[in-house]
Design a protein around this ligand. Structure first.
Ligand SMILES: [Zn+2]
Ligand SMILES: [Zn+2]
Length: 325
């Protein structure tokens, strides 16, 4: 057995490593691809001593003398946090989708502008000022577990990358994050799905200042495209590997369809802000971070309905409101 208990071999020369994180189910899965004494890594966990220790002991166990490439699915702290420790001039080459690159500085380095932008976004969407103030500052804590790095390669999607000894196609799957990518090997049928397709959770798809303008439609389109590949095994970043992509995609799509119907029902009573809709959808939440996620997700559903022409979106400098057609 591996002396690193969190390390599981999933195919020849390809290993899943489960790293600790303080949210979701407590673990993020990253993947090591071995090629002789070089190792490539897909996602890298947070910038914490415990997490980095697990990466280094796994590299040592696999005989990896050099970390060659670090490919990151998206810049959320659990996937990108340790990039600045592992990648750079003396470390691995970082590969990142180019729509993730401009998100890094405002989110993790120069936070003031984004904090103000988020505050304005919360206020126009109907969040009471006291709560908006606290919520807009909640991003600050995350920047402490993230060490940013400059990408050596900016991806567009559709590239073929060699990871270990396996060739994988980059699948751009926006929605959860603008430049989220998955990696797919048609020969082995392995799909490395990041946060795009998870076995148990429905990933957060939110409309916010750093999202794309219609993230829910993009997300659902990406799911259908990947399901059409009929991958043999899906390796998610959270939860255990699973096989039935088509079934999972149908469940996720049905979940969002149901949500959109509920949103339509809530708006049959008149004109509301995103915050009012979110409160009716989920009820009052205690956890700050959850409140913000609920608003973002409610807004993604509202936006999708407006794009489909089923709702009207009314904007002024002071407010964004929604009503039935
Ligand atoms: Zn994520
Ligand atoms: Zn994640």
């Amino acid at each position: 057995m591996s002396p690193v208990p969190a390390l599981n071999e999933i195919a020849e020369g390809i290993f899943e490593l489960r790293l600790p994180i303080p949210f979701e189910d407590g673990l993020v899965n990253v993947f090591l691809f071995v090629d002789g004494d070089e190792v490539d890594l897909l996602d890298c966990g947070m910038n914490s001593g415990e997490s980095l220790e697990l990466i280094h002991s796994s590299l040592a166990f696999l005989g990896g003398k050099r970390l060659r490439r670090l490919v990151v699915t998206h810049i959320h702290p659990d996937h990108y946090g340790a990039a600045g420790i592992l990648a750079g001039p003396d470390g691995a080459d970082l590969y990142l989708h180019r729509l993730e690159v401009p998100l890094v500085n405002p989110r993790y380095v120069e936070l003031e502008h984004l904090v103000l932008e988020v505050l304005k976004y919360l206020l126009v969407n109907g969040v009471p000022p006291e709560e908006a103030d606290v919520l807009s500052n909640s991003q600050r804590a995350l920047s402490q577990v993230v060490a940013p790095a400059e990408p050596a390669v900016q991806l567009d999607g559709a590239e073929t990358l060699t990871m270990g000894r396996m060739e994988l196609r980059v699948e751009w799957t926006p929605g959860h994050s603008p430049g989220h990518i998955c990696l797919y090997s048609a020969t082995s049928g392995l799909l490395f799905a990041g946060d795009h397709m998870l076995p148990e959770l429905s990933p957060n798809i939110g409309l916010h200042p750093q999202s794309t303008p219609d993230p829910l439609h993009e997300y659902l389109e990406g799911l259908q495209r990947l399901a059409a590949y009929a991958p043999r095994l899906i390796l998610p970043a959270h939860g255990r590997p699973f096989t039935d992509a088509a079934g999972r995609v149908e469940m996720l799509a049905a979940h969002h369809r149901k949500r959109m119907e509920r949103v339509m029902g809530i708006l049959s009573n008149g004109e509301l802000t995103g915050w009012q809709v979110a409160l009716q959808l989920w009820g009052p939440r205690d956890q700050l971070y959850e409140k913000r996620l609920a608003l973002q997700e409610g807004l993604a559903h509202l936006q999708a309905l407006a794009v489909e022409g089923k709702l009207e979106k009314l904007v002024t400098p002071e407010s964004v409101r929604w009503r039935s057609v």
